[in-house]
Design a protein around this ligand. Structure first.
Ligand code: ZN
Length: 250
């Protein structure tokens, strides 16, 4: 039987083979994000195809902690699958395709419902960088209000229009909250996107703790977060290697 897309056309062509280590890193990223409490039974992370800017990889619709390399699927930027083979797809895959369209320099996307971040998506209290590890939150964190895009919804990004609306809210930032739902974190590579997703959750926890203490909170000043973010010796490799070792199966 010839496979067709939802629109009846042939499926998109593959962007070509990639190294097994590249796919393994995507699998490990999902396991890391589950272990860190950023992804639970839901949420997902993706990477852009390293040799084809208009393709990306994302697992079939499974909990991030249990995915294996054989669950990784390839999509075009409209989020049509190259080779579905009956596998169930994430309803919210359009988040990834539309961000890759809007942000050519972004090569990895994490979408999570990490629990400490969500209160900041429904509150007037802005998420702000509270320590040097989360300087990437400096300059403001946008909040996607889905009601502005489509009024009453189930809050899920179920199509390309909603994905495009979310990508518009993300703009040039590294993280975007999604009101009453979760957040997205992006990066030039999967290591950076995972780091940002983990430390967005950490920052939200620390900020809530600082608020609970009462008194004034002194967040990173503009000069501080800009200095940290402009450093060329940021060592994301150190936690990335540790996280990978922790989740690697013997
Ligand atoms: Zn979601």
């Amino acid at each position: 039987m010839i496979q067709t897309t939802a629109t009846g056309g042939p499926p998109p062509q593959s962007g070509g083979p990639v190294d097994q280590a590249f796919i393994d890193d995507l699998v490990l990223a999902s396991h890391i994000l589950a272990e860190q409490g950023v992804l639970d039974g839901y949420g997902h992370c993706s990477v852009r195809h390293p040799h084809a800017k208009d393709r990306y990889f994302l697992s079939a619709s499974l909990s991030p902690a249990v995915i294996a390399a054989s669950d990784i699927m390839e999509y075009d930027l409209d989020s049509a699958p190259v080779d579905q083979r009956g596998r169930k797809m994430f309803l919210e895959r359009f988040i990834h395709g539309e961000i890759y369209k809007a942000r050519p320099e972004v090569n990895a996307v994490v979408h999570s419902h990490s629990p400490t971040v969500i209160p900041f998506s429904v509150s007037t209290v802005p998420l702000q960088p509270i320590c040097h590890m989360s300087a990437f939150l400096g300059g403001g964190v946008p909040n996607f209000e889905i009601h502005d895009a489509a009024q009453i919804t189930d809050l899920l990004i179920r199509d390309n229009y909603l994905g495009r609306s979310l990508a518009h809210s993300l703009g040039r930032y590294d993280v975007c909250l999604m009101r009453g739902h979760g957040s997205v974190a992006v990066g030039a590579d999967i290591m950076t996107a995972v780091y940002r997703a983990v430390y967005t959750e950490v920052n939200a926890r620390l900020q809530a703790q600082a608020i609970a203490l009462g008194g004034q909170i002194r967040f990173l000043a503009q000069g501080e977060y800009e200095l940290i973010e402009n450093r060329t010796d940021k060592n994301y490799e150190r936690p990335w290697r540790m996280w990978k070792e922790r989740v690697r199966k013997p």
